[in-house]
Ligand binder design. Structure first.
Ligand code: CA2
Length: 149
């Protein structure tokens, strides 16, 4: 099983600013945590970040045939991007929307997600643990869809 972790704009700044909202972990720390758990659980992961909407769209398109699941923190594009929504929908790979912060407890403009309707589920508000919970959820869902041996 292979899982693609995608991170949207400004998440490369994690750990440097706004620690009261996003925590002190850097994106590299979170990637290390994901990779460590993935090795333990016997799954392959790729972990990428881009500030460019089109690059995220291309990675989603290219994931078909390469990955079984996408875990997506689309950051601010969550709230604006029909292009990301269309890409997730077109590719048809199960996708989990994640956020570090509890977006529903923040400003009104963060309450709406363009991508939620085409995602399998949503995990938000647990900091770096949102990533680790998504890893576990993807593995469990994947195991459930396989016929018992
Ligand atoms: O809580 C999340 O994970 C978000 O996806 C983070 C986005 C925000 O636009 C979403 O509403 C919720 C922002 C990522 C920017 O990260 C920063 C990190 C450090 C300093 C400034 C921004």
């Amino acid at each position: 099983m292979r899982i693609l972790f995608l991170n949207g704009p400004n998440l490369n700044l994690l750990g440097q600013r706004e620690p009261h909202v996003y925590g002190r972990a850097t994106l590299a720390d979170i990637e290390a945590g994901v990779r460590m758990r993935a090795v333990r659980m016997g799954v392959g992961v790729d972990f990428r970040q881009s500030n460019v909407e089109g690059e995220l769209v291309s990675w989603i398109q290219q994931a078909k045939g390469e990955f079984d699941f996408i875990v997506l923190n689309a950051a601010a594009y969550t709230h604006t991007s029909i292009a990301l929504r269309d890409a997730i929908s077109a590719v048809g790979l199960p996708t989990i929307e994640i956020h570090l912060s509890n977006v529903q407890a923040r400003e009104q403009f963060r309450h709406h997600s363009c991508i939620a309707p085409v995602c399998s589920g949503l995990i938000a508000g647990f900091g770096a643990d949102s990533y680790y919970l998504a890893l576990e959820a993807a593995i469990n869902v994947n195991a459930e869809k396989r016929p018992a041996a």
